[in-house]
Ligand binder design. Structure first.
Ligand code: ZN
Ligand code: MN
Length: 144
């Protein structure tokens, strides 16, 4: 099987190797899944989905792949609420909204503007550079 040809992105190998990480067909499958969903899946969810492509995939391999992607700037790790970490294949700066009932995490559409928090004063001498915003509420399914 030509794994290069089925790679989700020709630059995946290059980006991983630039950070000293190995490119493997397993990692390509994990990345292919993550890059094509907007659900901000947990490592468990990615493992369950990507195992359909690669039957000998292990959860530990998924965790290592995800850490490599984050280090290589190919994915973001999100710590939202008190659940397990979620992963985002979208790496540009953007904020998230989390449903308090089902846990669904959605992208917030709109500008990420550091000026938005200018009036907030965290304490004497603290210089604010940026913020991480998490909107909480109920998703369309849980509202009805
Ligand atoms: Zn919901
Ligand atoms: Mn996102």
């Amino acid at each position: 099987m030509d794994t290069e040809r089925t790679s989700p992105r020709p630059l995946l190998r290059e980006a991983l190797e630039a950070c000293g990480h190995r490119y493997t067909p397993q990692r390509a499958a994990v990345y292919r899944y993550l890059a094509n969903v907007t659900t901000h899946p947990t490592a468990d969810e990615i493992f369950t989905a990507a195992r359909a492509d690669i039957p000998d995939l292990s959860l530990a391999t998924v965790y290592k792949a995800l850490e490599a992607f984050v280090e290589a700037g190919l994915a973001r790790k999100l710590a939202l609420g008190d659940g397990p970490a979620r992963y985002d294949g979208r790496t540009d700066e953007h904020d998230h909204a989390r449903c308090l009932k089902c846990g669904r995490v959605m992208d917030v559409h709109g500008p990420h503007d550091p000026g938005l928090v200018q009036g907030l004063v965290p304490g004497d001498g603290f210089e604010v550079l940026d913020y991480h915003l998490e909107l909480v509420g109920y998703c369309p399914s849980c509202r009805s």
